[in-house]
Design a protein around this ligand. Structure first.
Ligand code: ATP
Length: 333
């Protein structure tokens, strides 16, 4: 092969730049032309690309966001959209396309492969960590650290005023950020999609827990981490409901998009660099239709369709320590 292309798609994640850099440097190491498509699948449909040289990726490893910009693109989901993208790739002489994104972006890559003969390789780039087949996704570790930094600040004020705070974290429909943030911050409670029956919060149980905590500990700070998309109206509505039920003031904090930005932490930089370089070698080896992930510190190849057809489970041990062992009421009752 002579030419590879790379794009970033879906929600941006810290470490995407490190992955682009690795693809470009490894590509040039093997004397390949490397093209960068802008704005995800929009760039493919509109033939919006530029050659990427090592000079273009100088000084980006530490930057959040993505040099190539990211986007969501509905028209690409149609046959005509993918055909247009395929024609453009053909015209640009691309042999292999590396897609950095989440499971939606991998569905897109699979869809494209029905219209284009070139190789497609996915790299997991999303803060949500909701991609099956890899222990972690690029951006996930940074998002946890950002959430923790902010939750620690809220804890200081919660403690000073002996208040209850509901802190909403991202994750789309998965609780990876929520669980890690709860364990890492020492939160009193955590509400995650995976732990709620039919995605329903047991608000009575939460109310009882808060009341019991106040009885045993006296007035104290109490932090609940809640995943986004779990409750109609999110943390705001839940806080209002808890106010009514407990008669205690509950304050909502929605962390929001701060979780997506920032300089990638070391683990994300390492993962992105490793997978980016590996993607180029996999392309040279003729691989296609796969995502590259990492399992037990080893790079692994996962068929694209597996990445979205199976739900990645939370670490059951982390769930157990957070909900059972570290429950303040089980130790102080
Ligand atoms: P994140 O979850 O971090 O936001 P993602 O990659 O899952 O990342 P999506 O918005 O779900 O983000 O998908 C990104 C893009 O991939 C979509 O805008 C669309 O262009 C393409 N895509 C998603 N699903 C499909 C599909 N079923 N068929 C074709 N293309 C798709």
């Amino acid at each position: 092969i002579k030419t590879i292309a790379v794009l970033t798609s879906g929600g941006d994640a810290p470490g995407m730049n490190a992955a682009i850099r690795a693809v470009v440097l490894a590509g040039h190491h093997y004397n390949l032309n490397v093209l960068g498509y802008q704005h995800g699948y929009i760039g493919l449909m509109e033939q919006e690309y530029q050659p990427l040289t090592p000079g273009d990726v100088y000084n980006i490893i530490q930057r959040g966001g993505t040099l190539l910009k990211s986007a969501r693109c509905e028209p690409f989901k149609t046959e005509a959209g993918a055909q247009q993208a395929a024609d453009n790739l053909q015209q640009a002489g691309v042999d292999a396309l590396i897609v950095i994104g989440g499971d939606g972006s991998f569905r897109g890559a699979e869809h494209l492969s029905h219209f284009w003969d070139g190789q497609v390789i996915g790299l997991p780039g999303t803060i949500d960590n909701d991609v099956f087949g890899t222990d972690a996704t690029i951006g996930y570790y940074t998002a946890i650290d950002t959430a923790l930094e902010n939750i620690d600040r809220v804890r200081d004020t919660a403690d000073a005023f002996e208040r209850i705070f509901l802190i909403e974290v991202m994750g789309r429909h998965a609780g990876f950020i929520g669980l890690s943030a709860a364990v890492g911050s020492g939160a009193e409670q955590v509400l995650l999609p995976e732990l709620c029956e039919q995605e329903q919060i047991d608000i009575d149980a939460l109310t009882r827990h808060i009341q019991k905590a106040q009885k045993i500990r006296g007035k104290c700070s109490y932090i609940v981490i809640v995943s986004e998309n779990l409750w109609p109206g999110g943390a705001n509505a839940l806080a209002e409901d808890l106010n009514r039920r407990t008669g205690i003031e509950c304050r909502p904090v929605i962390l929001g998009h701060v979780q997506r930005g920032g300089s990638p932490v070391s683990l994300d930089r390492m993962l992105a660099s490793k997978l980016g370089a590996y993607a180029v070698e996999a392309a040279l080896a003729g691989k296609s239709g796969i995502m590259l992930g990492e399992q037990n510190a080893k790079v692994c190849e996962v068929p694209l369709a597996q990445t979205w057809s199976q739900r990645k489970p939370l670490d059951p041990y982390l769930v157990r320590i957070q909900t059972e062992m570290f429950d303040l009421l089980s130790t102080e009752a």
